[in-house]
Design a binder for this molecule. Structure first.
Ligand SMILES: NC(=O)c1ccc[n+]([C@@H]2O[C@H](COP(=O)([O-])OP(=O)(O)OC[C@H]3O[C@@H](n4cnc5c(N)ncnc54)[C@H](OP(=O)(O)O)[C@@H]3O)[C@@H](O)[C@H]2O)c1
Length: 471
């Protein structure tokens, strides 16, 4: 039986990269596996001069070329739920027409006015769109619920985030606002909580008494992919650290929420973020960045950032955390690396032993590895290092894409995997001073494409007698 109400998925920014590569494919998969049912429509809004037919044709052409297993019958059925509406986001008269279009289409399909407004467009459009929603009372919940989805980045500093939130709160209350960070929809990230809090063998050692340090790496081998005008204003700290890396850190370090629901999770995550103190940092820019399209030729924007930080609470006091992210690095890789302390009672230096390591690999594949010592079979006492490997795909096959899971949460009104205002605010409080420090750096260190980033990032960790984990 359908668990969710009927709905209208209203996408602002329907010709963009996110819609084409992530949102529509996620809707297609959900439709295919019958998670959407039939009582829904998708209203696609952008300024390109398409009519409904051309728009759907364009999408179909793209999917036929890029997705091997497109089932045309399923696509055609899904397409009968999709409507394109052309409008500039600041064209009042056209937006007025849109407000009627939405309810007419809902009536045509016999739907209530339950709507998910998804902002899949640049942040500079948000204010206009929220004003439009208020002006035509499209936030009114008399004829059906209204939810709004805001993509990252939510603001570009603490102040701009506060302003955006203020504008949003005039039209929606916190329970209607879905601040999306798609990393939170990844199976491996969600699993961190289950892994930590349901396994007796891990939770008791997940603290300063047993853990030496923790690393988080989100490395990309790609460049900025024609997103120069956005990226040059953002940089790695705003684009990745403020959201994805701090969210992963939170899942790895937060206290047990008791219940995996929005209220409890948000409370613990907010509490954790309040205790973070950044101690050291390293930044870099990849060679050739300044010649990328729509990038300032004197740009001092960082394409790589690494931070050393501490969490000042009883669980983590004194444990260093090293987090790093960058573009044009050696390979695509996202992982959490946990190095346990060396508490062995056998102090024989001739035995080649090292303390345990636990690696949660998020990309390119989903794995959890545990490295531990064993005695090598044989007549002498020799220690070997072995690896226990849990591979998600090997057991469960392909897991759902994060956008699929998060869209289901939006349909069901489940905010657990979305970021609250308090979390967002605290994340900016951590990142704002880092950005200030960064602005004081005159010439960023340039690193070679295909390397692991600037030498200062190695120094950042090596000077504390530790080193980055690579696999
Ligand atoms: N792309 C991703 O994988 C990704 C991942 C995570 C988060 N995000 C976030 O998602 C948002 C969208 O990213 P994107 O990569 O999809 O951007 P994009 O490719 O530049 O698409 C922007 C969309 O907004 C529309 N648009 C822009 N200004 C408009 C205006 N004044 N009036 C009407 N339509 C307008 C564009 O329509 P026209 O084409 O008709 O101009 C296009 O449909 C950004 O906030 C980004 O940070 C993206």
């Amino acid at each position: 039986m359908q668990k969710h109400d009927d709905f209208n998925f209203v996408i602002f920014g329907a010709t963009g990269d996110l819609t084409k590569r992530k949102l529509i494919p996620a809707l297609y998969n959900l439709y295919k596996n019958k998670s959407l049912g039939e009582n829904f429509i998708v209203t696609c809004i952008a300024r390109k001069d398409f009519d409904n037919e051309n728009y759907l044709e364009e999408l179909k052409k793209f999917y036929k070329k890029n997705f091997k297993n497109l089932d045309e019958k399923i696509w055609n059925n899904l397409a009968s739920h999709i409507y394109y509406f052309r409008s500039e986001f600041n064209d009042e008269s056209r937006l007025y027409v849109l407000s009627n279009f939405l309810s007419n289409m809902e009536k045509k399909h016999g739907l209530k006015e339950n709507r998910i407004y998804y902002f899949a467009t640049m942040p500079e459009n948000y204010q206009n769109l929220i004003n439009f929603i208020r002006q035509y009372k499209l936030n009114n919940q008399k004829e059906g619920w209204k939810r709004i989805v805001i993509e990252k980045p939510f603001g570009s500093s603490l102040n701009t985030a506060k302003n955006l939130n203020k504008i949003l709160k005039k039209a929606f209350d916190e329970k209607q606002i879905f601040r999306i960070d798609h990393y939170l929809g990844k199976e491996t990230i969600e699993n961190i909580l289950v892994f930590r809090f349901t396994n007796t063998i891990f939770e008791p050692v997940w603290n300063r008494n047993y853990i030496d340090h923790i690393q988080i790496t989100v490395a990309e081998d790609i460049d900025i992919q024609n997103r120069g005008s956005y990226y040059d204003k953002a940089g790695a700290v705003r684009d990745m650290m403020q959201n994805h890396l701090l969210q992963i850190l939170n899942m790895v370090t937060m206290d047990c929420p008791g219940v995996f629901d929005a209220e409890n999770m948000r409370r613990e995550k907010t509490r954790l973020l309040e205790k973070i103190k950044v101690e050291d940092f390293a930044f870099g820019q990849y060679e050739g960045y300044r010649t990328e399209e729509k990038v300032n030729q004197n740009s001092n924007t960082e394409t790589f950032a690494a931070l050393k930080l501490f969490i000042n609470n009883s669980r983590w006091k004194g444990v260093p955390f090293y987090i790093r992210t960058g573009k044009k690095l050696k390979k695509q890789m996202a992982l959490v690396y946990i190095k346990f302390r060396d508490l062995r009672c056998i102090a024989n230096q001739r035995l080649n032993m090292s303390s345990n390591e636990l690696i949660i690999q998020i990309q390119p594949e989903h794995h959890i590895y545990i490295h531990f010592n064993i005695k090598k079979p044989g007549l002498t006492m020799e220690v070997g290092r072995v690896n226990m490997d849990f591979c998600y795909e090997c057991i469960y096959g392909n897991t759902a894409e994060s956008y699929e899971k998060l869209i289901v949460d939006m349909m069901e009104g489940n905010l657990t995997q979305f970021t609250s205002w308090e979390e967002t605010k605290n994340a900016w409080k951590i990142v704002d001073p880092v950005i200030k420090k960064l602005q004081a750096v005159n010439n960023l260190e340039v690193y070679k494409s295909g390397s692991w980033g600037p030498a200062t990032a190695e120094i950042l960790i090596n000077k504390y007698k530790r080193s980055w984990y690579y696999y």
